[in-house]
Write a protein that binds this ligand. Structure first.
Ligand code: DX5
Ligand code: ZN
Length: 216
């Protein structure tokens, strides 16, 4: 199943509710929520109160991307606030297996994320234990960056790893994805597409329709 997961990091927070409603009305089921702590990545975004607040108004699937150090400390809180999928960075976790177990204990879906410089081989011990692998196609921390072309190989490698093991793990790509490169990102193996600035800069409904038609 191919899915678009618009990242609200690029939203106009004054009109956040309105913009989420517009995304939902355009037929999108996923919402990508980037949590940054200013330690694992240079910037700070938002956290549990924002997620809990929007959770009260929509049944969309909350695809939460934790860019925080030692994510195991906050799994329960993110689950309680309304996350459906909790993605954490393999580079940020003290104990990757324990972090996956903690997510499982909450009943939420679990995802592992790798930065552009992290070898795909690091996923090997965990690939059959998660619902999703998130491959960063930019350095995490900011929206509006250019996709790093070397990440196409990485997506192909993850896709091969998933196929070789007979798994059906989702592969999400995040960063610098736009209407010109989304088809190549899908061809490289991604089936969950994050798009921030390319959805929010312009008419959201029109952008989403264009993305969806390119993702068929
Ligand atoms: C970056 C975030 C992304 C970001 C993507 O660290 O993980 O989800 O919002 O934004 P664009 O699509 O503008 O690169
Ligand atoms: Zn993200």
């Amino acid at each position: 199943m191919k899915v678009l997961s618009p990242s609200i990091l690029s939203a106009d927070f004054w009109r956040l509710g309105e913009q989420i409603r517009e995304i939902e009305d355009a037929g999108v089921k996923y919402l990508h929520i980037d949590v940054m702590d200013g330690i694992f990545v240079p910037s700070i975004s938002y956290g549990m109160p924002l997620i809990a607040s929007i959770r009260r108004h929509t049944n969309m699937f909350f695809d939460v991307h934790l860019m925080i150090d030692e994510p195991e400390r906050y799994i329960e809180e993110f689950a309680k606030s309304g996350a459906d999928m909790i993605n954490f960075h393999i580079e940020a976790a003290r104990d990757v297996q324990r972090t996956i177990d903690k997510i499982r204990m909450t009943g939420k879906k679990a995802g592992i994320t790798i930065k552009p410089d992290t070898p795909v081989s690091e996923l090997e011990p965990y690939i059959d234990k998660v619902d999703m692998v998130l491959v960063m196609t930019v350095e995490p921390g900011f929206s509006g960056q250019r996709l790093i072309p070397e990440c196409f190989d990485k997506l192909r490698e993850v896709s091969r790893m998933v196929k070789d093991r007979g798994l059906s793990t989702d592969i999400e790509a995040d960063g610098g994805i736009n209407l010109d490169n989304v088809e190549s990102v899908i061809a490289a193996g991604a089936n969950v597409i994050v798009a921030g600035s390319s959805v929010f800069k312009g008419d959201i409904t029109v952008r989403i329709k264009e993305f969806i038609s390119k993702m068929q």
